[in-house]
Design a binder for this molecule. Sequence first.
Ligand code: CO8
Length: 261
Amino acid sequence: APSYENIKTKVVGSKKNVGLIQLYRPKALNALCKPLFQELGQAVKAFDADDSISAIIITGNEKAFAAGADIKEMQNNSYSTNQKAGFLQEWEDVSNCGKPIIAAVNGFALGGGCELAMLCDIIYAGEKAKFGQPEINIGTIPGAGGTQRLPRYVGKSKAMEIVLTGNFIDAHEAEKMGLVSRVFPVDKLLEETIKLAERIGTHSPLIVKMAKQAVNQAYETNLKAGLQYEKSIFYGTFATADRKEGMTAFIEKRPPNFKNE
Ligand code: CO8
């Protein structure tokens, strides 16, 4: 396994089919410096390419999922250095992943940390999690989806409130708003997230990918074009052996044996 400095990776689950990535800069509350994001991108790409992995989990520690972009690193950036370096472009390695990514959030998910959670496919939270887009406090605005993804999760009024005040919201509020799909006791969060990943892992990886693609399209397009896209992916499942196996197994009253084909 590759050795990383700012993250830790592990394969978990009873079938060893879940890729776990732990953000690991505990002293900086997992502030998302560039080397961390480069490693995160590499780790996501490696798990995405590994046929034995069904789903990926990104987590932090009990104090912080991630407290945002690294303020110390970007303090002296300028408009032109951001432009020239393509500041934040490493994020695309995470958003381009074909496999499901689940964020398991304990502690702070602020700024870029909240944005990283939102670019995952599902967010599970521990009871003490705190979400927020506090960029406004430091004279900037969210730069990795906070102004675009957050309104799609929680609607305009709540997103505006979060972005314009910089106030934090707790896990239960976040669940009520639809930002988080479930809340667990702090010490149960990771095992529950692994269970979710394992449940997804019982299905055909090929079809899981197609389902993820189709749901994501809902955030890219209008309803009519989205429904057409869905239909073409749905028809496409009929070109796979796993679709045939799934329906045949149902009719023969036996569990399916998916081949990822
Ligand atoms: N960047 C760099 N260092 C940080 C960050 C950060 N975002 N957050 C915390 N740290 C460091 C602190 O500087 C401190 O380091 P040191 O011990 O060397 O002084 C250490 O982590 C511990 O932090 P605190 O002592 O502040 O811990 P507290 O428990 O007192 O407070 C808070 C916790 C409330 C989370 C507090 O640390 C805080 O407000 N952090 C900043 C939160 C923030 O403003 N985040 C938004 C950053 S801007 C952003 O994300 C822009 C998004 C753009 C795109 C995303 C790019 C990745």
